[in-house]
Design a protein around this ligand. Structure first.
Ligand code: GRF
Length: 194
């Protein structure tokens, strides 16, 4: 029997890291076709870094303030990714806009999860903006990353209803449940074909 090696994932985070945790949990099943090889954060206080370290996953805080330029900062992130020979680079709440040089370097291997039904609500405060607009449906999108913020090719989406009593927090919580399932599934699908 030929056992195909699991694809390697580099996960980039800035904060709590619940999507990273969902991917970690999914990969706990040895039949899942991918595993996290490195977690990189631009914020040393990101909760997700501690979670990764507690699970013996390589984790690096690479903060912008430690580098003279954006290019130097991105070069350090690239170096950490490339050292691990990651197959797929997954942005999971990574709050920094990446340069065109960076996105080109990983074209077709760099994905992001965004909390809206793109192309609607690119950028921040997606839940509040959807409620303010009276949307009846909202959701999340996994997409390839290119140089246009939240503008790369859409891979998959999940929808949730918006209720009249929703606040940004209640809506965000409903979307987040979908995010966790969707991101793990898309990664598995990509890992099988890449
Ligand atoms: C998620 O809502 C994700 O869609 C967005 O940032 C948030 C990150 O949450 N890009 P977490 O750090 O994965 O908990």
């Amino acid at each position: 029997m030929v056992i195909s090696p699991r694809k390697k994932l580099a996960i980039l985070i800035s904060g709590r890291g619940s999507n990273m945790e969902a991917i970690l949990a999914a990969s706990g099943d040895t039949s899942y076709p991918a595993e996290i090889c490195v977690v990189i954060s631009d914020n040393k206080d990101a909760g997700g870094l501690q979670t990764a370290r507690a699970t013996n996953i390589e984790a690096h805080a690479i903060e912008r303030s430690d580098y003279a330029s954006r290019a130097d900062h991105e070069a350090a992130i690239k170096k950490a990714i490339n050292m691990t020979r990651a197959d797929l680079i997954c942005l999971a709440g990574f709050m920094r806009i990446l340069s065109a040089d960076f996105t080109k370097a990983y074209q077709g291997r760099l994905i992001n999860i965004h909390p809206s039904l793109l192309p609607k609500y690119k950028g921040l405060d997606t839940h509040k903006r959807a409620i303010d607009d009276g949307e009846k449906e909202h959701g999340c999108t996994v997409h390839f990353v290119n140089s246009e913020m939240d503008g790369g090719e859409i891979i998959a989406q999940e929808k949730v209803p918006v209720f009249s009593q929703d606040t940004a927090d209640t809506l965000s919580a409903r979307v987040l449940i979908k995010e966790h399932k969707l991101y793990s599934k898309v990664i598995a699908d990509l890992a099988k074909v890449k």
